[in-house]
Design a protein around this ligand. Structure first.
Ligand code: SF4
Length: 335
């Protein structure tokens, strides 16, 4: 990323107190560390991918950026402004600029509303356009996402899954959003439909210059769509870098393990990843009181004594490529 960042996330933390039992009585059972010190930035027109298994904290990050929940600590800056301090018209402008597309378009589109109203609603909220101008704009954005303007009169159930996701994208872009948070936005689609929606997202970005935060568990899809990628494990980033570099030369054992499970989908030039990939076993530990030291140590095939005692920090392993592992010289040497 060379331009000034549009979105800057710095040392972001979101902890939840664990349940205290019936009616809040009894002592706290600990702290769920859903997000625990995450830093990244996204430039104008750039796609940053967040990838990791279920429960790693990536969707919590989306909620914090969308101001659905407040962070426990840390800072989110958008276009130079502290998101936590926005109120009134500034907060409304932020909500207009940063829109979301979720995994399940059927769940996020009201079944009782026509597409014209679903897409037009956001223009009613964020602009002073006349009903006629809104209808014209709805037709424009439907055309933009590959649907026909006359389909605005239909209801969501009259569309296929891929078309419904196109409607969700049209709604997100209708009021000239500058950033889309795409939370598993293509995960529920069939492979061929998924490829079409990814191509659409790439085309829209090229035409409109919109930025994407793409969140997913499928490393192949995230690496394909993103310019840079961050790999999350139990609330922390364990590797960050250019998506081509991370996919062809992963340095963290967890990233290598993710690649091991995605080997059939790896690009042809990912030989280094194939060499080092060791499948990881076992379940992700709970974010309630996560493992000491390196959080990955109970599942890491390379773990040694200090891994359970000392938490590794992100260090630079190459230009614009960072990873957090005590054995980085070894993993570098294994290339
Ligand atoms: Fe594995 Fe230790 Fe590196 Fe963690 S620090 S990824 S446990 S080798």
């Amino acid at each position: 990323m060379t331009a000034e960042p549009l979105l800057e996330v710095t040392d972001l933390v979101r902890h939840y107190p664990a349940g205290k039992g019936l009616l809040g009585m009894g002592s706290s059972k600990g702290v769920v560390k859903a997000v625990d010190g995450v830093t990244f930035a996204i430039g104008p027109g750039e796609t940053f991918g967040l990838v990791g298994e279920s429960g790693c904290g990536k969707t919590t990050i989306a909620k914090l950026i969308l101001r659905i929940e407040p962070p426990t600590s840390g800072r989110i800056m958008f276009d130079g402004r502290d998101v936590a301090r926005l109120t009134g018209k500034e907060l409304l402008a932020y909500r207009r600029s940063v829109q979301a597309v979720f995994q399940d378009p059927f769940g996020s589109l009201s079944p009782r509303m026509r597409v014209a109203d679903i897409v037009g609603e956001i223009l009613e909220i964020h602009t002073s356009m006349t009903p006629a101008a809104i209808a014209t704009r709805v037709g424009e954005v439907l055309d933009l996402v590959g649907l026909r303007p006359d389909q605005a009169r239909l209801f969501p159930h009259e569309f296929s899954g891929g078309q419904r996701q196109r409607i969700a994208i049209a709604r997100a872009l209708a009021a000239d959003a500058r950033m889309l948070v795409l939370d598993e936005a293509v995960s529920a689609l069939d492979v061929s439909i998924r490829a079409q929606v990814i191509t659409l997202l790439e085309q829209l970005q090229a035409d409109l210059g919109v930025s994407y935060l793409y969140i997913g568990h499928d490393l192949a899809t995230v690496s394909h769509l993103a310019d840079r990628v961050g790999v999350m494990y139990l609330g922390r980033l364990c590797e960050v870098g250019d998506s081509v570099t991370v996919s062809t030369d992963p340095r963290h054992p967890y990233t290598q393990a993710l690649f091991a499970s995605a080997l059939p989908h790896l690009p042809d030039d990912a030989d280094a990843a194939r060499e080092v990939a060791v499948p990881v076993t076992g379940e992700v530990p709970s974010a309630l009181n996560p493992p000491s030291g390196c959080r990955f140590h109970p599942r890491c095939p390379l773990a040694e004594a200090r891994c359970s005692a000392e938490e590794p920090v992100l260090v630079q392993v190459d230009e614009a490529h960072h990873a957090a592992c005590h054995l980085l010289p070894l993993t570098v040497g294994r290339r």
